[in-house]
Write a protein that binds this ligand. Structure first.
Ligand SMILES: Nc1ncnc2c1ncn2[C@@H]1O[C@H](COP(=O)(O)OP(=O)(O)OP(=O)(O)O)[C@@H](O)[C@H]1O
Ligand SMILES: [Mg+2]
Length: 312
């Protein structure tokens, strides 16, 4: 669906994208992760045709971005990382304005815009002034706006930035819904655990280069890192530690007051076996679960700079 090869973008003497490579297959949700200034927005603006690269290939559905800019724009829906002023427009008028840019007008436009507003949970805001809407609502409206021409590829630049936890969950649900409708999605974010849950693939960018990309599992195993398992005990913790120490699949046992964290290299069956053996030996567990936020620590390890090696 999207192929980026050796993309280079300079702002004056500064190289923002340094031979960036990125590939997204149809139907993927690709999480684009990187620290501030890594080049995410620059990449997304180039994909969406708003910014010109110095060199490299951007190909959407087999079409080159440089030679087919119009066709490309019809396939891509772009949601920018910040929005402008709305000049006293009501939400529905704003949507209809964007529809008109794509030649959709009249009743057809109204119906389409209402449908899209419904999809982003704004159906009751058609007559609200955009300037008076909350940040979360504006962000959802902006997402709806990027959908008016029914694009195949959605490019979402930090759609959940600045939203409260509840609004973030809502945004995530909408993105998932769009994925279920068959959209291919490129989404950037700083909120890594959230991306891990939602995305099929992850690419980590640093200083204009793609440092790693692949499925979340691929990235984790390639780096030799597994999510730690956290256990909480109400009794029998000492005995459980003895059992864990004897198991060759267990590494890095970290003991806290009422919990233990381990790195476990086994599969699910082996995980179940070790849990059973602790219980059989008198340990009382109130919890035994994989830590969800491991992508966060992976991200920190990868982007920590050259001096820090990822240790197993
Ligand atoms: N118009 C511009 N002129 C000069 N430098 C720019 C311009 N736009 C971006 N840059 C620089 O290019 C680099 C990449 O910026 P970009 O906005 O793509 O990063 P980002 O990954 O989106 O960061 P963030 O997470 O903060 O949104 C940064 O160092 C930034 O300062
Ligand atoms: Mg950005």
């Amino acid at each position: 669906m999207l192929l980026i090869k050796n993309l280079i973008k300079r702002y004056g003497k500064f190289t923002a994208l340094d031979n960036l490579n990125l590939e997204i297959q149809k139907g993927e949700i690709f999480g684009f992760v990187g620290p501030n200034g890594a080049g995410k927005t620059t990449t997304m603006r180039i994909i969406s045709g708003l910014l010109k690269a110095d060199s490299g290939v951007v190909n959407v559905d087999g079409m080159d971005a440089v030679t087919n800019p119009r066709e490309l724009k019809s396939k891509i829906g772009y949601m920018p990382d910040f929005f402008g002023v709305y000049d006293n427009l009501k939400a529905l008028e704003y949507m209809e304005f964007y529809a008109s840019i794509y030649g959709i007008t009249g009743n057809k436009a109204k119906q389409l815009c209402l449908e899209l507003m419904d999809m982003v949970r704004l159906s009751d805001k058609a007559d609200s002034y955009v300037d008076e809407m909350s940040r979360g609502m504006k962000q959802r409206l902006c997402l709806a706006r990027s959908l008016v021409h029914d694009p195949e590829l959605l490019v979402l630049d930090e759609p959940a930035a600045g939203l409260d936890p509840r609004a973030r969950v809502e945004m995530k649900e909408i993105v998932k819904e769009l994925h279920n409708q068959g959209k291919t999605i490129l989404i950037s974010s700083h909120i890594l655990p959230e991306l891990a849950q939602m995305c099929t693939n992850i690419g980590i960018i640093e200083k204009g280069k793609m440092v790693v990309s692949g499925t979340v599992e691929e990235i984790l195993s390639a780096r030799g890192t597994a999510s730690p398992i956290i256990m909480k005990f109400t009794a029998g913790q000492d005995r459980a530690v003895e059992i864990l120490k004897q198991n060759s699949l267990v590494r890095n046992i970290i003991i806290r007051d009422n919990s233990i964290s381990i790195l476990f290299k086994g599969n699910e069956t082996e995980e179940a076996e070790i849990l059973a053996s602790m219980i059989q030996n008198g340990a009382m567990l109130s919890s035994f679960a994989r830590e969800e936020s491991n992508l966060e620590s992976l991200f920190l390890q990868i982007t920590a700079g050259d001096e820090q090696e990822v240790s197993e």
